[in-house]
Design a protein around this ligand. Structure first.
Ligand SMILES: [Zn+2]
Length: 253
């Protein structure tokens, strides 16, 4: 019984780590050979696999977005640690173009990227996103200000850039059971009160929408209307079953 429980718990850990980081499950499998200091062994295995993944991913057609950059960077080092910052070279170029446009309009602005894709395997989704499985999708964080309306470089409302919703309640979709349209109402009061930086967020939206390689962009319709980009043909609504997009921007090429 104890052995069954051990196999089950390690399988769960491997599945969870694989879903979160792609390589984490393999690192745990390697660490299982070590009895003492298993967490240290896991960290060492993970670090080794991480470095191998970063160097091998370009051979598979994926490149990492910058963890530190002057105009574009990942919103949190966590995305880099978890290998969720990979895109195709083409999308990396598009993201850099867009961030350069934003910085040209608002000097000193750093565009923050959120989830991209994992470094390997087309078709493996980057949960909880269903579509981030081929390196051709990327999420951007909104820009925020302090109470006085001053731009807060590198800052979002939630620590990971997601789940701080701009629209109160859900003005778009009726309540449903089978949906990824999480509300997280209990979470909302925990975020700092940082107003949306409408000027920079609008510039980011316009730069993305006008990029010739863009296929589509997801943003909740009421927010798109507020920011004046509602009529663009590449602006789409993702539907009521998928995650809401009033906490971040989704774009794909
Ligand atoms: Zn997305």
């Amino acid at each position: 019984m104890a052995r069954l429980w051990s196999i089950l718990s390690h399988t769960l850990i491997i599945l969870l780590l694989t879903a979160l980081t792609q390589i984490g499950g393999i690192a745990w499998l390697l660490a299982l050979r070590v009895r003492r200091w298993r967490l240290v062994a896991f960290a060492a295995a993970y670090a080794g696999l991480w470095m191998a993944a970063v160097s091998l991913a370009p051979l598979q057609g994926r490149v990492p977005l910058p963890c530190h950059g002057e105009t574009l960077q990942m919103q949190s080092p966590l995305y880099c640690v978890m290998l969720r910052h990979f895109v195709t070279p083409e999308l990396a170029e598009v993201a850099h173009d867009i961030a350069a446009d934003v910085a040209a309009a608002h000097p000193g602005t750093v565009t923050l990227a959120l989830d991209g894709s994992f470094p390997f395997l087309d078709g493996m989704p980057l949960l909880p996103h269903l579509s981030h499985h081929d390196g051709r999708k990327l999420d951007f964080a909104f820009f925020y200000t302090d109470d006085a309306g001053k731009y807060l470089p590198g800052k979002t409302r939630s620590p990971i850039g997601y789940f701080a919703f701009e629209l109160p309640g859900d003005p778009v979709c009726p309540p449903a059971r089978l949906t990824l349209r999480w509300q997280f109402a209990w979470l909302q009061p925990l975020w700092p009160d940082r107003p949306l930086n409408a000027a920079r967020t609008e510039t980011l939206l316009r730069a993305t929408l006008s990029h010739p390689k863009l296929d589509r962009l997801f943003l909740e319709p009421p927010l798109a209307a507020q920011l004046g980009v509602q009529a663009h043909p590449k602006l789409r609504f993702q539907g009521c079953r998928a995650a809401r997009h009033d906490d971040h921007i989704h774009m794909q090429i």
